[in-house]
Design a protein around this ligand. Structure first.
Ligand code: T5A
Length: 233
């Protein structure tokens, strides 16, 4: 029979455990910074370390959110204005968090997400949406599901745009904006990193891919204490 002391110890142990076992790592920054490339590289490395990994993206990650992605990135929602687009990004994010991200974190998986809430702060923020509205949408969409670590891939706008142009067929709704807007977005990402240094790491993405990969791995290993799982056979 268990004693009251055992029960208290068990309660304490439960309280000492992290509220959720998984980790959420987001990749942020302007166009063509190498988010997709680096996210996939980190996913591979974590898998080799024995971590269960889900790689996903925003807008997107669920059928509903992917449909919203197609609609917004085509420019079809432009007439709603920047606030209307912010609402659509938030709706896609709410579905993504409810159906994919939160259940994965609860299972103990690590979720790597290509863009998340900081993209709304930077892109819709630079388009003039009131920060209070952005914060309110963020609360509704994600609740307590906040990133444990955010990698901000930073590089001069011109380099990022030329990389993005070399990769795809045509610029999407946001990529096609003037360079000044891209520079404002970059400034907002860097301001977020200064305001939340415990969550954000800025990585110089103008360097060769392998150097960027090494810098990201160092940040993940230091901040989230990932260790290779021994596999003795
Ligand atoms: N958006 C999104 C909002 O406005 N609000 C929001 O809330 C959200 C979530 C999403 C768009 O939606 C906007 C932001 C975006 O405009 P997207 O198709 O997902 O659109 O586009 P991006 O996230 O911008 O991704 P990109 O595809 O432009 O760039 P990535 O993923 O940063 O870069 P990647 O890995 O595809 O690399 C681009 C090219 O560069 C090369 C790669 O090989 C590739 O050809 N490359 C390098 N070359 C040299 N050196 C390196 N270090 C390199 N790294 C990659």
């Amino acid at each position: 029979m268990s004693s009251a002391a055992d029960t208290i110890d068990r309660d304490r142990a439960r309280a000492a455990r992290p509220r959720r076992p998984g980790r959420l790592i987001t990749f942020e920054g302007g166009e063509g910074g190498g988010k997709t490339t680096q996210l996939l590289r980190l996913a591979e490395r974590l898998k080799k370390a024995g971590v269960a990994v889900i790689a996903t993206r925003e807008p997107g990650g669920t059928p509903l959110a992917e449909a919203i992605r197609k609609f917004v990135l085509s420019g079809a929602a432009r007439s709603l204005g920047a606030e209307g687009e912010a609402i659509l990004f938030a709706a896609a994010r709410a579905d993504h968090v409810d159906r994919l991200i939160r259940p994965a974190l609860d299972r103990g998986d690590w979720v790597l997400c290509d863009r998340f809430t900081d993209s709304t702060r930077a892109y819709q923020g630079a388009a003039g949406v009131d920060p209070g509205i952005i914060r309110a949408l963020e609360r509704v969409a994600v609740g307590q599901t906040r990133p444990d670590l955010t990698i901000i891939l930073d590089l001069p706008v011109e380099i990022g745009l030329s990389r993005a142009a070399s990769r795809n067929a045509g610029a999407d709704r946001f990529e096609a904006d003037p360079a000044d807007i891209h520079r404002q977005r970059r400034a907002i990402f860097l301001a977020i990193a200064r305001q939340e240094p415990e969550r954000c790491v800025v990585v110089d993405a103008s360097r060769p891919e392998s150097e960027v990969t090494a810098a990201i791995w160092q940040a993940v290993a230091e901040r989230l204490a990932v260790r290779p799982v021994r596999n003795d056979g």
